[in-house]
Design a protein around this ligand. Structure first.
Ligand SMILES: NC(=O)c1ccc[n+]([C@@H]2O[C@H](COP(=O)([O-])OP(=O)(O)OC[C@H]3O[C@@H](n4cnc5c(N)ncnc54)[C@H](OP(=O)(O)O)[C@@H]3O)[C@@H](O)[C@H]2O)c1
Length: 335
């Protein structure tokens, strides 16, 4: 089958499109999905360059959507049929076919397109757990949260979902993506200059902490959702209200450096560094999150912007686009 494969870690060109990669065989409890789309996520670039090591060679990606092409007896017993439309997250989705445990499948309801359903899996489920669970209920409806980079994929969704949850939202965004952010319904948008020669925010171009204090009447925010990392860690901690929580979920600008726990004493603040897998632990939890997202999509409460669809034949281009910070929404491969 066709697949985008990493045989040696490296830059985007390490992603090689092969046409004779072995097609996966179905195992107990599994189905084979014929992929129509694969999502491109930052974590795929971390695998490709070896930041998050994996055994070589490997097929890239961990977000897919398509139709069920073959069903094991165990999966059939759960009512899964050939032709069902599904999305899912397992490793190895940049390929024509993927073997997926039935327990990982998200049935895609009528009225939700497969490109949108594929986009939901990593970024949608991540935005869902960030706004519903990772804050450990230290923020309540009507209270303020700060979400960085609301022009980016996950955080566009997080802003929309935070509003659905009833939080008041301050978003940061670069000038170039302010148009996208304006449609999200943030209560306050802090528009930042871009770093010279790049498309992403210059987090020093505005005194964000001062602005947050002003907007929140001097209190600060009860929760910060931060996927930017190194460039924003100080802003995030300094923007917290008393007993607020810093949810540090990503490293788009580099890893968050170690800091002394004593730093949190000023506000008796909390910090968490969560990951999606710990918030979709059981089938029930996964299905609860996905059903809520698909329901909001059908009701029009959530909108997904698919930014660009690359052909899998141009696999390296998709990674280059994401790493250049050019995306204004979901980036996909059409298989
Ligand atoms: N822990 C988890 O469960 C989890 C799940 C999903 C993703 N993540 C992580 O979260 C991060 C964001 O992922 P995403 O899917 O939301 O990506 P995305 O859609 O590409 O958004 C990335 C955001 O980071 C900004 N950015 C990119 N490069 C930057 C740089 N060098 N310096 C400063 N800002 C930069 C972008 O700013 P502009 O909008 O201005 O371009 C954009 O707002 C990644 O580190 C990813 O691995 C974690």
């Amino acid at each position: 089958m066709k697949a985008a494969v990493v045989r040696e870690v490296g830059d985007a060109d390490a992603l090689i499109v092969e046409t004779d990669f072995p097609t996966p065989k179905i195992g107990p409890g599994q189905v084979i999905v014929k992929n129509e789309y694969a999502g491109i996520n930052f974590i795929d670039t971390y695998h490709r360059k070896g930041l998050y090591p994996r055994d070589l060679p490997f097929v890239g990606g961990q977000e897919g959507g398509g139709t069920v092409a073959a069903v094991s007896d165990e999966a059939a017993a759960q009512g899964i049929k050939v032709g069902d439309r599904v999305s899912y997250s397992v490793l190895g989705t940049y390929s024509e076919y993927t073997a997926v445990q039935a327990a990982k499948l998200l049935p895609v309801p009528d009225g939700v397109e497969l490109d949108v359903a594929t986009s939901c899996v990593v970024q949608g489920l991540t935005a869902h757990y960030l706004t519903s669970s990772a804050h450990a209920d230290l923020i309540k409806p009507g209270e303020w949260c700060l979400i960085h980079g609301v022009g980016g994929g996950t955080c566009q969704w997080a802003a929309l979902m935070a509003k659905i949850r009833g939080f008041k939202v301050i978003g940061t965004v670069s000038k170039g993506k302010a148009d996208v952010a304006e449609g999200l319904g943030c209560d306050e948008l802090i528009v930042l200059d871009e770093v010279a020669g790049a498309s992403y925010e210059d987090y020093e171009s505005v005194d964000i902490v001062a602005r947050v204090k002003e907007v929140t009447g001097g209190e600060g925010v009860k929760c910060v959702i931060d996927g930017i990392g190194k460039s924003t860690v100080d802003i995030s901690i300094d923007s917290l209200a008393r007993r607020g929580i810093f949810v540090s979920f990503g490293n788009a600008s580099g890893s968050v450096p170690a800091f002394p726990v004593l730093r949190l004493i000023g506000k008796s603040a909390y910090v968490t560094r969560p990951k999606l897998l710990d918030y979709i632990v059981t089938r029930d939890e996964l299905v609860w999150r996905a059903d809520e997202i698909f329901g909001w999509l059908k009701d029009g409460k959530l909108k997904v912007s698919v930014d660009t669809v690359f052909s899998l034949d141009d696999a390296a281009e998709g990674h280059k686009y994401l790493e250049a910070g050019k995306s204004k929404g979901k980036v996909l491969y059409k298989i």
